[in-house]
Design a protein around this ligand. Structure first.
Ligand SMILES: CC(C)(COP(=O)(O)OP(=O)(O)OC[C@H]1O[C@@H](n2cnc3c(N)ncnc32)[C@H](O)[C@@H]1OP(=O)(O)O)[C@@H](O)C(=O)NCCC(=O)NCCS
Length: 427
């Protein structure tokens, strides 16, 4: 009868240990009993970047990278992108179930009620340089909200935590839009509570002289992009929110840590790199030589490949469809033509097939945002808007988890052994 255990023999001592296997994992702490002497600290696992370490249990997002599956709370991303609103998805992620009509109405009302930020936040934003990166502004502004809502520190109270989730979902678009206006030297446009969540955000970014001609197709396209980015389990920024939040700091500070992580080019900046690459290729006729260069190890095909997905990123499939809808409204962009051709050629090429390199979520998102009128350095802010519900859902789950402790990894010390202090005159 097979047992759900792992037997390890320590060849240093000849001793054998039997460790329980639960949910396909062993507990790293079970390794500690493996010692060469009583005063030995015990065996540790070395796993920089947590490539093979489950840091938590989570019931929020399921990914099967080999099969190209992404589900939020069990619902396939394809169905959510097609049928749900962003606020509905935010509720699903944060509260655990799809809302019924009354729950959704209440959630939308509460979000609408909290869209304004304290006017002092505006003074604070005005202090940024004219060319401040919008992502730097957003991370500073969301962190600053912590000083405006000291009540948010009461993490024991579920009602208080719920209020902070509402505040974040409501206020981050306002701050994001202010950051957009700032970089263009435009006066800040205040939230309009007669508009829906997406329409209000678009209005706050693009309205000039109180006027903006809304385009429902582009707004729905933006909404779908936000839904597709809403959560992606334990990625770098989400892990940052969980790790920082595990110190029991308020959620505004924890989320600003997530924004900081997303700001990095390896996380949120790939769609910008795709645009640069498409500009560099310049014309369809240059694609074969570009692909050849990539195959010879000179650069990468940006927007291709993924650490988790080893088949077509399900989000990329949906985004490609959104791209067609958007370009029907805005007119065909030569960059889209290059992207489509590049994708076609790469998908037929042995180099990419063998390495399971498929388009990822970033391959088309940048060209869509550009067609909508957002500048390149704003793409990551849009990513942050989308990812926000995921961050706060994971934050809530982390706080409720009885296994949660303050994040505190171990190290392998590689420095000096003890040595005596050297007085200045002798150095
Ligand atoms: C996303 C990414 C970092 C994942 O990397 P990874 O899973 O760690 O894969 P590796 O870096 O180990 O690459 C495996 C192989 O595929 C190649 N490869 C990976 N991505 C590639 C790409 N985009 N273009 C060309 N070759 C690529 C590597 O050179 C390597 O080849 P080798 O085995 O001959 O050395 C990587 O695919 C990448 O850099 N993509 C481009 C950037 C991007 O789009 N990022 C957004 C991610 S959402």
């Amino acid at each position: 009868m097979p047992k759900d255990t792992l037997t390890i023999t320590d060849n240093r001592t000849g001793k054998a240990y039997e460790l329980p296997i639960e949910d396909g994992t062993i507990k790293a702490m079970d390794l500690r009993q493996i010692k060469v002497a009583d005063d030995d600290f015990g065996l540790m696992a070395y796993d920089p970047a947590f490539l093979n370490t489950a840091a938590c249990r989570s019931a929020i997002t399921f990914i099967d990278g080999d099969k190209g599956i992404l589900r939020y709370r069990g619902y396939p991303i394809e169905q959510l992108a097609e049928q749900a609103s962003f606020l509905e998805v935010a509720y699903l992620l944060c509260e655990g179930e799809l809302p019924n009509k009354a729950q959704l109405d209440k959630w939308e009302d509460q979000v609408r009620y909290h869209t304004y930020v304290h006017t002092n936040v505006i003074k604070f934003l005005e202090g940024f340089r004219y060319d401040a990166h919008p992502m730097g502004m957003l991370l500073g502004a969301v962190g600053a909200l912590s000083t405006f809502y000291p009540d948010a520190k009461d993490l024991e109270d579920p009602t208080c935590r719920y209020l902070q989730r509402i505040r974040l979902v409501a206020k981050v678009p306002t701050l994001a839009a202010f950051a957009f206006r700032h970089s263009r030297g435009l006066p800040y446009e205040f939230p309009r509570n007669d508009l829906g969540y997406i329409a209000n955000f678009v209005n706050m970014t693009f309205s000039i002289g109180g006027k903006h001609q809304p385009n429902p197709v582009l707004q729905r396209a933006l909404e779908i992009l936000l839904i597709l980015h809403a959560d992606h389990e334990q990625n770098c920024s989400t892990s940052a929110v969980r790790a920082v939040g595990s110190s029991q700091v308020d959620p505004f500070s924890a989320v600003s840590a997530g924004i900081a992580a997303l700001y990095g080019p390896l996380h949120g900046g790939a769609n910008e790199a795709v645009l640069r690459m498409l500009a560099e290729i310049g014309d369809k006729k240059n694609i074969p030589s570009f692909i050849e260069q990539v195959k010879q190890g000179h650069g990468r095909l940006m927007g291709f490949g993924h650490r988790v997905y080893k088949s077509y990123d399900p989000r990329a499939k949906l985004i490609k469809k959104v791209a067609y809808d958007v370009f029907q409204q805005t007119g065909l962009n030569p960059k889209l033509e290059i992207a489509l051709e590049l994708e076609k050629i790469a998908l037929e090429d042995e180099y990419f097939i063998k390495r399971k390199l498929y388009p990822n979520v970033d391959f088309y998102s940048g060209i869509i945002y550009q067609a909508m009128g957002y500048p390149t350095d704003y793409f990551t802010v849009l990513f942050a808007l989308g990812r926000l519900p995921g961050w706060i859902a994971q934050w809530e789950e982390m706080l409720r988890d009885k296994d949660t402790k303050i994040a505190r990894p171990r190290q392998i010390y590689t420095g000096y052994d003890e040595r005596p202090f050297v007085p200045m005159a002798k150095r």
